[in-house]
Write a protein of this length. Structure first.
Length: 202
């Protein structure tokens, strides 16, 4: 059985990131400070090698991948940041009096951001893009890839474990779930979720 490694990298800093603003589909470039930080990291650390390189279509991700892996890039539309709609360009402080924003921050997946994307639709979009990416690796025979994407795509959401289990079953993959870093309580049914090996603290 082949082992696949996919390295996830968040894009470098933009001016909006430095100001603590929500930036979704607004296509901002890296800031001069963000670019300088990336160049320093590249000089001081060794980034993982890979056979394939994928990125969100937004400029900040494409620039980041070009700095770290010049000339290596395949854009994947589904890896774009969440569409923050009317919240785009605003800070938490500006939005904290909005009841809808507070529900969204509390994890209510049914909340649709005004003129934007709800959490459920966003998660399904990113998961579908990731599935297609893995299928492409399997078709090509490549086993290692780098993906440059956004903060919302890497953190903040509880991934649908059942979906991952179903994906692994359909493609003949071993599903090892590391639950040792989970915060709070979440019910896990290994058989129903298609988990082959469950890792947890003693």
């Amino acid at each position: 059985m082949k082992t696949y490694k996919i390295h996830l990298i968040r894009h470098g800093q933009t001016e909006a990131n430095a100001k603590g603003l929500y930036i979704g589909m607004t296509d901002l470039p890296l800031s001069p400070e963000g670019l300088a930080e990336l160049l320093t990291l590249k000089r001081e650390y060794t980034y993982p090698g890979a056979a394939r390189f994928f990125t969100s279509p937004l400029t900040r991700c494409k620039q980041t991948l070009e700095v770290l892996y010049p000339g290596c890039r395949q854009e994947v539309d589904g890896l774009a940041e969440c569409d923050f709609g009317d919240w785009d360009g605003r800070s938490v402080a500006e939005l904290q009096s909005d009841p809808l924003f507070l529900r969204w921050m509390a994890g209510d997946s049914g909340v649709k951001i005004p003129d934007g994307e709800n959490a459920d639709a966003f998660q399904k979009r990113v998961m579908a893009a990731f599935e297609e990416l893995v299928q492409e690796l399997m078709r090509s025979g490549d086993t290692e890839a780098v993906v440059c994407t956004h903060g919302s795509n890497l953190t903040g959401d509880l991934v649908d474990i059942g979906w991952v289990g179903d994906f692994c079953r359909r493609h003949g993959l071993l599903f090892i779930l590391d639950a040792s870093q989970t915060a709070g309580v979440f019910p896990i049914d290994m058989e129903a979720m298609g988990i082959d090996i469950l890792c947890f603290t003693g």
